[in-house]
Design a protein around this ligand. Structure first.
Ligand code: 5GP
Length: 179
């Protein structure tokens, strides 16, 4: 594909790891019902694939938090664009994220969600970019550690495009410069 500079994680690697994560989650939550809290829009692809490998009853709920806008650098500004539809009080909530970079988004979300008194609150992220972290985040499930580069695909966008690509890649410089 002419927008790809290099592939960081292939479709096969993602699918194999997502299956492992689903199996681990199924074991850890044995006997419990899970609310998968998807952080839109990046977490959507991951949520759908992950949920197929979870054997417990699961409910979905969705939240949209904005921290990036259309820029490739975090603004540090976090706001809830769309809130959950259901109360999470007394529920086992697993946050499903595409990537944790600075951690600012999740730090805000965690504070906000803890105050709603869930029975438990854990984090599952497909990608972790630890080099850029600004606040400590307790991550329970990680798919892959990734380098500090701007990544696209499998949920991650460039100007709202390319979230549907089934692998994670570094885009060509021309893409970022020309769009
Ligand atoms: P954080 O608040 O941890 O810095 O950023 C979290 C959000 O920033 C992610 O959910 C994602 O939407 C966006 N983000 C962080 N790193 C990348 C990246 O490499 N590529 C893309 N497309 N988005 C990213």
């Amino acid at each position: 594909m002419d927008i790809v500079d290099r592939i960081i994680i292939s479709e096969e690697e993602i699918q194999a790891r997502v299956r492992e994560l689903g199996e681990a989650i199924s074991r850890d939550y044995a006997g419990k019902t899970i609310t998968l809290l998807c952080v839109l829009k990046g977490g959507l692809m991951f949520l759908c694939d992950l949920a197929k490998h979870i054997t417990q009853p699961v409910a979905y709920d969705f939240m949209s938090v904005s921290s990036y806008g259309d820029a490739t650098e975090t603004s540090g500004v976090v706001r809830i664009v769309k809130d959950l539809e259901e109360s999470i009080e007394g529920k086992h909530v697993l946050i499903v994220e595409d990537i944790i970079d600075t951690g600012l988004t999740l730090s805000y979300l965690l504070n906000n969600l803890h105050s709603r008194n869930p029975a438990s609150l854990r984090i599952c992220t497909l990608l972790n970019k630890p080099e850029n972290r600004r606040v400590e985040i307790p991550i329970d499930y990680v798919g892959f550690e990734v380098p500090n580069a701007f990544l696209v695909g499998y949920g991650l966008d460039f100007k709202q495009l390319y979230r549907n690509i089934p692998f994670v890649f570094v885009p060509k410089k021309e893409l970022i410069e020309n769009l």
